[in-house]
Design a protein around this ligand. Structure first.
Ligand code: HEC
Ligand code: HEC
Ligand code: HEC
Ligand code: HEC
Length: 503
């Protein structure tokens, strides 16, 4: 964004169309503290980014109204919502905003949808009232045009693309609709009955840029449009924001455990137990990416983010599982830090990066440099440079933490890291270790499974895989390719082994 506004004569106006603070309407107990912290962090970042206007979506109300209002007030966020009222029929946020650019004035308003809000489990408790969007739009567009004499009317919509079109059929005079809610990613804006409708995806995957020339009197709008993929090759951004984000990560580490009660009756025994009898399965599992899922989070510096850990551990927040990431690895009931283990495993007696890894890193750096030379400026070259930066960082800081090393692009290094990691864990002789995608992620919590055999299913249904390999986290997932089971399912012919996850 900084870079956009640096460019010559452009004025950059930044908007957001809601569902900004939370990604779900229903927050599981064990995530509530973390989600609140996350929302506060996002609000602070937006305070720095200084948007012209933002609107809210139903997910922003996932905690409650007061929490949301505090976020908005403490960070002076310009929230508008034209059809959202409290129980006394007072608007909860500003109903519109006039923004001037040179001699021109833009009238901005925002709409939310009642159907969306009704999906909130706490909807009744919120005691909010949502006016019919069409009626609200008719009044406010008239007011902005006739009373305020604005040159352009902009709608921030949290109605969804389908409803946006329905709205322009009924209400005239809206020039631009920046849409949200339906999570559509439009490659180009859609000109629909005189309104330019525009939506740029969800979950922060894209930043949409619409370049327009505003004129008075209004002429046919000529625009340029770009979707920026928000990946690691982008400029790391403003120092102040990086500061806020690293503060957040620090806070995550010390976050209190919200579920005070100790999760009773351990039902998850973790791989440390299964290995005692199922050696073959364990040997193969240990080489899989599932077994080293801690490393991926550690490389992204997200290992204390419960949101991520939910799919990279076993039993988090579940009955009979665990709830505190600091106590995810135990040796005779005493916590062992995976962070320390991983740092130790990387370093030799002299305090240098172990030569087995060091050699691989050097080889890879040479290879990537060579590739970068032959690559034209662009996304691919950006990716190569990110990886070069990651390798450099591991060498300099002698740690994997936050290096952003992409294991899929550096397979030999990952293979060696996995070996060192499993070795380091084994030398500890752990009694419980919830880290990694394990036997019990696929086979269910198995404590005492020999005694209550009837309860457990022999088959692993495919929906178990899909629960983590979701469209967004595992876009390439294809059950036929990913379900690697070694041996034949018919007993007697071969030994059966469940080797899942590419070694
Ligand atoms: C004390 C030894 C022992 C331990 C520990 C053990 N198992 Fe088993 N497991 C067995 C035996 C023996 C069978 C075979 C039972 C049969 O074929 O009827 C079995 C069968 C299974 C099966 C095949 C399906 C079934 O239910 O019959 C799965 C899956 C399984 N175990 C998973 C696990 C997991 C996961 C763990 C760790 C939480 C674990 N086992 C711990 C001994 C053990
Ligand atoms: C608890 C969540 C979870 C479940 C359940 C799960 N996976 Fe995974 N899977 C992961 C994670 C996380 C990774 C990435 C591990 C890493 O490298 O950090 C992964 C990686 C993989 C990989 C390696 C992909 C690669 O590019 O190397 C394969 C293959 C795979 N899973 C297959 C399966 C199959 C098949 C199932 C169902 C039988 C399944 N997974 C169930 C979370 C899960
Ligand atoms: C819904 C479950 C789920 C959640 C939540 C999740 N992951 Fe994963 N993650 C996966 C699966 C599944 C894979 C394996 C993807 C594949 O290889 O197809 C994976 C792979 C990865 C990888 C390895 C390579 C890659 O980029 O594909 C990294 C790094 C990673 N996850 C980091 C994270 C971080 C950081 C978070 C939290 C912000 C997170 N994950 C949250 C399921 C999840
Ligand atoms: C990613 C999911 C996944 C993980 C992780 C996993 N398994 Fe399996 N396992 C399977 C699948 C799939 C099968 C094949 C059963 C079927 O067809 O559904 C299987 C089969 C088995 C069987 C039955 C073998 C037989 O002869 O019928 C045992 C025992 C077993 N796994 C033990 C383990 C143990 C122990 C671990 C941990 C070290 C483990 N599994 C990890 C998915 C997994």
């Amino acid at each position: 964004m900084e870079n956009l506004s640096k460019e010559s004569t452009k004025t950059v106006l930044f908007f957001d169309t809601g569902d900004l603070f939370f990604k779900t309407t229903r927050i599981p107990n064990f995530l509530e503290e973390q989600y609140k912290l996350q929302a506060q962090t996002i609000a602070k970042v937006y305070g720095v980014l200084n948007p012209v206007a933002i609107t809210v979506g139903e997910k922003d109300f996932a905690v409650d109204l007061n929490f949301l209002k505090d976020l908005v007030e403490m960070n002076h966020l310009p929230v508008i919502a034209s059809n959202l009222f409290d129980e006394n029929n007072n608007p909860i946020f500003e109903k519109h905003k006039i923004h001037r650019v040179g001699d021109l004035s833009l009238g901005i308003f925002a709409l939310v949808s009642e159907t969306a809000f009704k999906t909130l489990p706490n909807y009744e408790k919120l005691k909010i009232h949502i006016e019919d969007p069409i009626k609200a739009a008719q009044k406010i567009v008239y007011y902005l045009k006739k009373n305020k004499k604005v040159n352009y009317v902009i709608l921030l919509s949290h109605l969804g693309l389908f409803q946006d079109k329905f709205l322009v059929e009924k209400v005239q005079g809206i020039d631009f609709i920046f849409g949200g809610h339906s999570e559509d990613t439009l490659q180009t804006p859609e000109n629909y009955k005189g309104a330019l409708i525009f939506q740029s995806g969800s979950k922060g995957y894209y930043l949409g840029e619409l370049g327009i020339k505003l004129e008075s009197p209004q002429k046919d709008v000529v625009y340029e449009h770009k979707l920026y993929e928000m990946n690691a090759s982008l400029d790391p951004g403003v120092e102040q924001i990086n500061q806020i984000v690293s503060e957040f990560k620090g806070q995550l580490e010390t976050l209190k455990d919200p579920t005070k009660k100790v999760l009773s009756s351990k039902k998850f025994e973790t791989h440390t137990r299964c290995v005692q009898c199922h050696t073959k399965q364990t040997e193969i599992w240990k080489k899989s990416n599932h077994a080293s899922a801690f490393l991926s989070l550690y490389a992204m510096n997200q290992h204390f983010n419960k949101d991520c850990a939910a799919c990279h551990t076993v039993g988090l927040g579940q009955e009979g599982g665990f709830s505190n990431l600091h106590q995810a690895t135990l040796k005779k009931n005493v916590s062992v830090s995976q962070v320390e283990l991983v740092n130790q495993m990387l370093i030799d007696e002299k305090g240098e990066v172990k030569s087995s890894i060091q050699k691989l890193i050097e080889k890879q750096i040479l290879k990537l440099r060579e590739n970068a030379k032959n690559e034209k400026e662009g996304v691919e070259r950006g990716k190569l440079n990110t990886q070069l930066g990651a390798l450099q960082k591991i060498q300099d800081s002698k740690s994997l933490q936050g290096s952003k090393l992409d294991f899929r692009e550096n397979t030999e290094i990952y293979k060696e890291l996995k070996k060192l990691y499993r070795g380091a864990l084994e030398r500890q002789g752990l009694s419980i270790d919830y880290w990694g995608v394990q036997c019990e992620n696929c086979h269910g919590a198995r404590a005492g499974h020999l005694f209550e055999k009837a309860v457990f299913s022999k088959v692993v249904p495919s929906n178990v895989c899909y629960s983590c390999h979701t469209k967004s986290q595992s876009p390439q997932f294809d059950i036929k390719r990913y379900l690697l089971v070694e041996g034949k399912h018919k007993k007697g012919e071969f030994d059966f082994v469940c080797a899942i996850g590419k070694p």
